[in-house]
Design a protein around this ligand. Structure first.
Ligand SMILES: [Zn+2]
Length: 282
């Protein structure tokens, strides 16, 4: 189902655009919080009113219309997900946007639920007029022979199908300099080697698209409860601390990709760690 949530950051028109939602199996808990002690995790789930047998995983991308450029961050799962995902272009259509309207696609990291929508079933770029920005180390990681040869064939073919067509339109990022005026990368490595959050600034207001630095509000309270898919676990924990500290220092609105749609809220200090305050209840 297409879903959009428009909001404003200063002069920028922002739209949370859903790629869909999928059901998480109870077994997935062991992956999302791989290092959590079971009893403490059970308690945290109760505190958050999360039913193990009815957990949703959301995939929420972001459009920013700066007035000069239309920027899309991440592309969802594409057609390779489930029947309830791969809805990004439908969501864009509900916002009055066609893929050819996108001037710049920024990619937070190379996992399938973020790059799967870059190409269609024939391998053509969906965002035909866009240029593409990704952290340099992330690009080098996913396109290296070493990484590709360590994957099974299906996965390697998927990565190549979605990433290699970007080659001629690519801007590799290696700093927090603006990519377009008001939009820059915040390195939050560890989930993958070159995973980034993205900061959007206009008229003194800030939005931080936190991508997969935290997959659940529980990761803010327990930054060491690492997802098994953090590729460099210790660095990912440091990035969760960095995000928490950044949020306390700058108080940006946050868009967290996998949180309940639209994934908007604020990070607040809570004990030794942090907590999540959804925008709706704020
Ligand atoms: Zn993800």
């Amino acid at each position: 189902m297409s879903k959009i949530y428009p909001f404003q950051i200063g002069q920028f028109e922002c739209i949370a655009v859903s790629d869909g939602t999928s059901q998480r199996m109870p077994e997935a808990l062991k992956m999302v919080f791989s290092t959590a002690p079971e009893d403490e995790l059970d308690q945290a789930l109760r505190d958050h009113h999360i039913d193990k047998n009815d957990m949703q995983n959301n995939f929420t991308c972001l459009v920013i219309r700066t007035g000069e450029q239309t920027v899309l961050i991440d592309t969802g799962l594409g057609s390779g997900g489930s029947a309830t995902t791969g809805k990004l272009t439908e969501s864009l259509a509900s916002a009055g946007l066609s893929p050819s309207d996108i001037d710049l696609v920024m990619i937070s990291h190379g996992h399938g639920d973020h790059i799967g929508g870059l190409t269609d079933d024939d391998g053509n770029l969906v965002y035909s007029n866009a240029r593409y920005a990704i952290w340099q180390g992330e690009w080098e990681h996913w396109t290296s022979d070493e990484t590709l040869s360590a994957m099974d064939e299906t996965r390697a073919a998927f990565v190549k199908k979605n990433l290699l067509p970007l080659q001629d339109r690519l801007q590799l990022i290696d700093s927090s300099a603006d990519i377009v005026p008001g939009i820059c990368a915040l390195p939050m490595h560890g989930h993958t080697p070159g995973h980034i959050a993205i900061s959007i600034n206009s008229d003194g207001e800030e939005l931080v698209y936190s991508a997969d630095t935290v997959l659940s509000p529980i990761h803010l309270e327990h930054p060491t409860w690492s997802p098994s898919f953090d590729s460099i676990a210790q660095q990912a924990i440091e990035s969760r601390h960095k995000l928490g500290q950044y949020a306390i220092d700058n108080n940006p609105l946050i868009l967290a990709y996998h949180f309940d749609f639209p994934g908007l809220g604020h990070i607040v200090k809570q004990g030794d760690a942090w907590g999540w305050q959804p925008r709706e209840s704020a």
